[in-house]
Write a protein that binds this ligand. Sequence first.
Ligand code: PMP
Ligand code: GLN
Length: 383
Amino acid sequence: LLGADGRLGVTIFEEMTGLAARHGAVNLGQGFPDEDGPAAMMEAVRAAVLAGANQYAPGQGLPVLREAVAAHQERFYGIRLDPAREVIISTGATEGIAAAVLALAGPGDQVLTFEPFYDSYGAMIALAGAEHTTVPLHAPSFQPDPAQLEAAFGPRTRVVIVNNPHNPTGAVFSRETLSQIVSLAARHDAVIVTDEVYEHLVFGAPHLPVASLPGAAERTVTVSSAGKTFSFTGWKVGWVAGPEELVARIRTIKQFLTYSSGTPFQAAVAGGLGYPDEFFSDTAAALRSKRDILAEGLRASGLEVYVPEGTYFITADAAALGVDDALGLARRLPELVGVAAIPVSVFCHAEGAARTRSLLRFAFCKKEPVLHEAAGRIARMAS
Ligand code: PMP
Ligand code: GLN
């Protein structure tokens, strides 16, 4: 699994968070908020612990949380799920993705992702022994080209992993793109695994889940988690939802990865999923203001900014500042200017890494004064 550069040895997130801590830098690298989510959810964890929710949860997840996930999918998207057979709880989206890839792909199969891709996809496809094929996303829109998308599918494409809203670019795929993915997956009899962890962190049109599109539900496995929606990334409560037959295969793998996931956190997340619509829209609106502050700061520093439609992340091009090696720059940035960022090339194979070599990803899920401070420091980099 170790690349020639040892890249899978330590994830980039760990490396950059370590560098940020060492140099006292503002950490806009790893995507996690610097404020806790709802106090009532924290109280709910405490109450669950004190009430004795301290032993293994059922492997499939607490019934109350599976029911809450099903109710959430119906309330926001009109997707109907049987919580007994079509939903399982995972240890974060990460485990859901891992179990899905291991269950659905193996040697001789191809798994298609967009590129740049979230790092765990590449690692899990390798662990499954499958071949990883990609479709490039190009600035400024980071939408796939329809002809390249069609050409990327082949007879060995067993799984296509969609990530919408997209980490690291912040792109939100259009309905046309998502529909094309569904029809190509149907034509090639591939399963769609869709990672929608940023479903509630969108700044324009409401989120459009793949599973809600015509013809998609029968072949789509949706993965999401509570981490981003509720600003509790450390709780690691996620879920997998889809047709019974696919979910059963994923559950088989899941039981040997972690067996089950943190009982008191599951109970608290069940409550959060039932919050009124305004909770979710207010979270997105607050994040949108943060996005605008950081985008303005980066722009003022001379970077070319690709304003994201969703997620925690802004992608910016440092080429205008004469930067041709964002990876090298990101490794020096915490010491040089006191800010940590993630180079986009680490989410790519070699060709994609060359294409994205001057791009940096900055997380804006931070308090507003922190973002202003970071913007000021980055401005010094430009001068
Ligand atoms: N998928 C994407 C696209 C992510 O950005 C992240 C983490 N930020 C995850 C999955 C992992 O989610 P979790 O922490 O719930 O495992
Ligand atoms: N998903 C988070 C990010 O993209 C990091 C999660 C991790 O550290 N693996 O920044």
